[in-house]
Design a protein around this ligand. Structure first.
Ligand code: FES
Length: 128
């Protein structure tokens, strides 16, 4: 169960990680940060998600537009794998997706990155 307080902490942690990465890699249109800590790294999903991201970004010719990286904890430590995708549509916010597995990468790239739509079924659940 994720409290709204915990979700706020997750947003802060995720955004802090993003700002640090954007400072070092400023020339990308989108950023995808994949948590590789704790529960998110319990099993094969993190390496598989990263591998699938790289493969599909290369296939779609998006590798120079979309930065992706494994990062430390994003602050939502259940429902792994958690990833942070920035920006969301034309706004200056990001989106945290949970329970991401390699099969979800096609949908995230097509819907969020290419079409600017949030992938509702993967959104982190906010439970009070
Ligand atoms: S361990 Fe992945 S979000 Fe905290």
């Amino acid at each position: 169960m994720i409290s709204s307080q915990r979700f706020e902490n997750a947003k802060v942690k995720s955004f802090t990680r993003l700002v640090n990465i954007q400072t070092q890699h400023p020339n990308y249109e989108h950023y995808i940060l994949v948590c590789q800590s704790g529960k998110c790294n319990n099993g094969e999903n993190v390496p598989s998600v990263l591998e699938e991201l790289k493969k599909q970004l290369e296939e779609k010719n998006l590798i120079d537009k979309v930065f992706f990286s494994a990062v430390p904890c994003l602050g939502i430590c259940s429902d792994a794998v958690n990833i942070y995708v920035y920006p969301t549509s034309k706004s200056n916010t990001g989106t945290i997706y949970s329970t991401v597995n390699p099969n979800d990468i096609t949908t995230i790239l097509q819907e969020h990155i290419e079409n600017g739509n949030i992938v509702e079924e993967l959104l982190t659940k906010i439970v009070d």
